[in-house]
Design a protein around this ligand. Sequence first.
Ligand code: ADP
Ligand code: ZN
Length: 431
Amino acid sequence: MANYWNQEIECMSREDMKKLQDERLVAQVKYVYDNVKYYRDLMDEKGVKPEDISGTDDLHKLPFLSKADLRDAYPYGLLAKPLSECVRIQSTSGTTGKRVVAFYTQNDIDLWEDCCARAIVAAGGTKEDVCQVCYGYGLFTGGPGLNGGSHKVGCLTLPMSSGNTERQISFMRDLGSTILCCTPSYAAYIGETLHDMGYTTDDIKLKAGIFGAEPWTEEMRHSIEESLGIKAYDIYGLTETSGPGVSFECSEQTGMHINEDHFIPEIIDPETGEVLPDGEVGELVFTSITKEAFPLLRYRTRDLCVLSRKKCSCGRTLIKMSKPMGRSDDMLIIRGVNVFPSQIETVLIEKGYTPNYLIEVDRVNNTDTLDISVEINPDMGENIAAQEKALATAMKTMLGINPKVHLVEQKSITRSEGKAVRVIDRRKLHD
Ligand code: ADP
Ligand code: ZN
């Protein structure tokens, strides 16, 4: 059994990692230029040749690739291997528009699963564990990715997929699941259902959760950790880069280590494209240096975060990315103010409400309106109007604008079994 606590790579010195990345990047750029016409055209347009790239210091010379390019090139335009060498496709969940299709060779699948295996090991997983995977299976990368990682670690894998929450809990109890993999919103729902069924954390054996595929706040983490009696680890990835496992959290839980032997991250100013120094918030850009079928050079993820090389107590030297605070296209501009759903979530949980909420934005008489529905907490007494007012005031402090808060009945907001949909922006319908 391979070792997925890969100390040699995960604790490599900065110099050695840079050397490895330099070598792999030079080879990858040449490979992409020779095999992908779409990217060759982009490079030619920018006047860059593979010979101009002698290492990571030259990365900035390469053109960016955007989601629009992926859609333009759909379905085969970015393929670098003949189809006969490909063994799988996966596809985005289409959260923000037309689907993107990614292709994999067997080697791509192996490396992707290795990345997920590292994440499971970082969360304390071993072959003694029972790993319940409740990410969706199918085109979505969550289920297949963690399933493959779990096999590699040697865990007993429960390929549950999402949904049928009471059955999830029966299996969890009967088979003694110790690790849970799903979206954070589904983890919150599973926790809620566990308690609704009359159980407590004493009735399950879970110790860790590996949650990702959507933004979630620290407050949400604490609430899930408490409700399931576990330590909750973040995991990040996107279909374009293979899927989950691009980065993963360790025991320190202060950001996700990026698998730098496979992906080179950059942070750019989303407006100007200029590369920003570590520590500044900007758009995350990835260059894959080991992918075969669907390689990406300088792919703009639209996810906003910060990179940090601060020493980590776990011993890994892999660079860390902060929790993405959302995608640049998740950001709502309401009355000229930038609002992220995650800010609203922070306030709600801090004030003792559940992470079940719905944000509705509209435009009435040329003015943007913001309505936030959240379920009542019966422990907070009967004066609903006063509670709504207090919550609106706290929101105003966080957001800088005044929302209308509506306390609604418990369990009236639809629970998510995959990626939660928490925003309805009706302004788009009028445009
Ligand atoms: P879609 O773009 O249709 O949602 P994917 O399923 O490939 O397709 O989702 C990838 C996106 O999910 C990422 O670009 C990011 O916005 C989000 N995401 C994935 N993991 C995390 C995470 N741990 N925290 C925040 N956002 C995440
Ligand atoms: Zn660490």
